[in-house]
Design a binder for this molecule. Structure first.
Ligand code: BGC
Length: 796
């Protein structure tokens, strides 16, 4: 199947007139727009759509040889390409001697046949390649891309942790900060944001995204893209985003990496696509195809995703890069018996750039010669790549800008420290001796600090801290020792055990330290590489013998604060029943230790809220609050509440574990308490004709009073959930449709306010149409997905 030529592009005359043949409704506050399925098509990306850019693209295209054109469609790293060893049944590679040749990236650059490069780190290196390209016949610059996912040199929390801040303004600031650092090394393209919804904690890449919810995921996606690209892509400190992995990669069956995904169109559109769509609407210049197959068709050769949805419905003008060797992997998927077919399928589906497969460069000439591929398809792909390069101002400024950043930037530390503080989620804070364990008070003069993550600088940088330098990291041990010294106290440090070990050698010293201290802080959890790509786990406990160590230390009777470092939800059921204070702290980044000390000692009150449900047992996975009802609900029909006991057998439940999460989506404590009251809707009925219009906004206003009922100032994330009953297709028991961070002094009250319009009230019907139907709506406002204060209205 052939994809369409540029869907919204772009007779210059139309552009000049300011109208597009397929232009539709413009972005609103929520950032959502109508889709083709609702009769509208998104307008072209403003940052890429300029008559001047189009003129330059066409002029350049006319001068290019076939080899130069193909060059724009391939991507190598500085090692070039060495053929992978053919794996199980890789007949395509084995039968294709040409695809096995070595590729010298520098030689290609000199010939003007290397369009982009990945993960070339350092200004000197990028300059060498760029100089070669700029001396080539047509002087087309190389676009340097890198996996800058949670910081370049100054590292902030892994995206799952950062999402727990629910602070989109902060995400935008951090993304811009990362761009200012990386552009000094010539990197102008980030393989980020990763916007895959993940509802299965076994999937290691959960750490790279915003968690399980489509609405929050979309908000985060917009924030990243806007932070990276700014309002002007051609600014020296802007980078192009590559939104990944398109699409539905997070639904990998059984949480096993690279596994297949299979789902209804309703689920695809309602749960998995919203963040990608939001990113495109925010102007994302590029996308990355995913490794998985979706409903039997690998994403990298999936015209429904790439052409129908991305280009035709959403009006995407940028280009799509394959994931690493994903074009070659089409042969492993079994939908291409040879390299030529894989190339044809990927390119025609809409994957313009081949990352590391070495297929496009070897196969396109042959496919053209045999008339199996049209030159128009190749030209269109090249056009899209050039468009992004022009928009980035690369032709004018091909080299790294400013003084190269090679270490964490001092001036960026306060921001990444704040990000870490906002990412921590206080899961439990029970009283010991009549007083909550946290924050640590002045009476604490000795702290036992125990665990393999207490002094592990490298681990703090998370799964994608690649370009960062471990010595720049402040560990918890360093920060705590400094802090206790200032207070005239001391820290008793014991490593206890390694992250994944069965040696109990360090246990005794750990127990000794605990016995001598007023309070114990345990730094336990995963290594940073236990999540991230290929980081699937079938068990979600503390790895190795850390649980054993925890139990031994708790048995001393000392108050214990458990800090859980992880890239995903872990099963903490024992700890939840035995450890008074537990905080999820993810992988906090360069300022890990200082941020942790600030929160432990109460300079900062925790405000993070979970964006993935923490299960009671692995067997509950995939586990998410936004589930569909069943015909036999256990307990409350709204399954986001705990089931009501085990006396009924024939209901939808497990025999051995409750249905609900141990710590649910949206949940998180602070050092104060908050109360919600008076949830109110501005109208009790809403006419259908008014609601069922893609551009309808602010149809119903939901208000509630939020009060800080505790003793100190703190920030709460107020959340709005919606359910509608009576629709043609069943709807989730509740769905997040709004949130805001509110800082209140003790005793202070504030009205929180949310607007509901078409984007929030609509859903996808069996025809994949986004619609509002006459249904009954319940809205809840509260501090987690288990909010209890509600109000109702009808659409008639
Ligand atoms: C990952 C991508 C990453 C790419 C380039 C792949 O293996 O799936 O997320 O951007 O490599 O490093």
């Amino acid at each position: 199947m052939k994809r369409s030529p540029t869907s919204c592009l772009r007779p210059a005359v139309l552009l000049l007139a300011g109208t597009f043949a397929c232009a539709g409704i413009h972005a609103e506050a929520s950032g959502q727009k109508g889709s083709a399925m609702t009769g509208t098509v998104a307008p072209s990306n403003a940052q890429l759509a300029s008559p001047e850019i189009e003129r330059r693209v066409e002029a350049l295209l006319k001068q290019m040889t076939l080899a130069e054109k193909i060059g724009q469609l391939v991507q190598y790293n500085d090692q070039g390409f060495s053929a992978p060893t053919p794996s199980n049944g890789d007949k395509a590679l084995a039968a294709n001697p040409e695809t096995k040749t070595q590729v010298d990236a520098m030689a290609l650059a000199k010939q003007g046949r290397l369009g982009s490069m990945l993960n070339v780190i350092g200004a000197q290196k990028t300059r060498a390649f760029q100089e070669a390209a700029m001396h080539s016949r047509l002087h087309i610059p190389i676009l340097f891309g890198a996996d800058v996912i949670h910081g370049y040199r100054t590292i902030y929390p892994v995206p799952l942790g950062l999402a727990a801040s629910w602070d989109t303004a902060l995400v935008r600031q951090l993304s811009h900060m990362a761009a200012t650092e990386a552009t000094t090394a010539g990197v102008k393209w980030f393989y980020s944001p990763m916007v895959d919804i993940s509802r299965d904690a076994r999937w290691g890449r959960s750490t790279e995204g915003a968690g399980e919810d489509a609405y929050l995921g979309a908000a985060m996606a917009r924030a990243y893209v806007r932070g990276y690209q700014g309002s002007d892509l051609s600014r020296p400190d802007s980078v192009a985003a590559s939104v990944k992995h398109f699409a539905a990669y997070g639904a990998a069956e059984a949480g096993r990496e690279y596994n297949t995904t299979d789902m209804s169109d309703i689920r695809l559109r309602q749960v998995y696509l919203p963040p990608y769509k939001a990113a495109v609407e925010a102007g994302a210049a590029t996308m990355m195809s995913s490794f998985n197959a979706l409903n039997g068709v690998p994403a990298t050769a999936n015209p429904y995703l790439m052409d129908e949805i991305l280009r035709k419905e959403w009006g995407f003008d940028g280009f799509v890069v394959s994931d690493y060797t994903a074009v070659m992997e089409l042969t492993h998927h079994g939908i291409a018996l040879d390299a030529a077919t894989a190339t044809k399928k990927a390119l025609e589906a809409g994957v313009e750039v081949d990352m590391m497969s070495h297929f496009y460069d070897t196969q396109i000439p042959k496919l053209l010669a045999e008339h199996k591929l049209s030159m128009a398809t190749v030209d269109e792909a090249v056009r899209r790549v050039l468009r992004v390069k022009f928009a980035l101002g690369l032709f004018e400024h091909p080299y790294a800008q400013g003084t190269e950043v090679t270490h964490a930037v001092q001036a960026h530390r306060p921001l990444v420290r704040r990000a870490a503080e906002e990412s921590f989620v206080l899961l439990r804070n029970a009283p010991v001796g009549g007083k909550a364990v946290l924050p640590l008070g002045n009476e604490v003069t000795s702290v036992a600090l125990i665990g393999p993550l207490a002094d592990a600088a490298n681990e703090m940088q998370g799964a994608w801290g690649g370009a960062a330098q471990a010595p720049d990291v402040v560990t918890l041990r360093q920060a705590l020792e400094r802090r206790m010294q200032q207070r005239g106290g001391h820290v008793l440090f014991a490593h206890g055990t390694d992250i994944d070990s069965d040696s109990t050698q360090g246990f005794d010293a750990a127990v000794q330290a605990a016995r001598q201290a007023d309070v114990v802080v345990m730094a336990l959890g995963e290594s940073s590489q236990m999540s991230g790509e290929a980081g699937s786990r079938a068990y979600l406990d503390l790895p190795g013998n850390q649980q054993q160590l925890l139990e031994k230390v708790v048995a001393t009777g000392k108050p214990v604060v458990l800090l859980v470092f992880s890239g995903r939800p872990l099963v903490l059921d024992w700890a939840a029943g035995h450890v008074p204070a537990i905080m999820a702290v993810w992988f906090p980044g360069t300022e890990a230790g200082n941020a942790l000390a600030n929160v432990l000692f109460g300079d900062v009150a925790p405000s993070g809220k979970l964006t993935m449900s923490f299960p009671r047992a692995v067997g509950q996975e995939p586990l998410y609050y936004n589930q569909f009802p069943t015909g036999r609900p256990a307990g409350d029909a709204d399954l986001s509440r705990p089931p009501s006991g085990g006396d009924t057998r024939f209901v939808s439940r497990y025999l051995d574990v409750p249905n609900d999460a141990l710590f649910p989506f949206g949940y998180g404590l602070s050092y104060t308490s908050f109360a919600y009251a008076g949830v109110h809707v501005s109208r009790s009925t809403l006419p259908l004709a008014q609601a069922n219009r893609p551009d309808a906004r602010s149809l119903v206003t939901v208000t509630a009073t939020l009060t800080n009922t505790g003793k100190r100032e703190a920030t709460e994330v107020a959340q709005l959930y919606v359910r509608n009953l009576g629709a043609s297709v069943e709807q989730p028991v509740r769905s997040l449709k709004g949130f805001q961070r509110v800082t209140l002094k003790p005793g202070e009250s504030r009205q929180v306010r949310f607007e509901l319009g078409f984007p929030e009230l609509s859903f996808y019907d069996v025809h994949s149409h986004q619609v509002v139907e006459p249904t009954h709506y319940t809205v809840w406002v509260g501090g987690s997905s288990q909010a209890t204060q509600s109000a109702e209205f009808d659409v008639r």
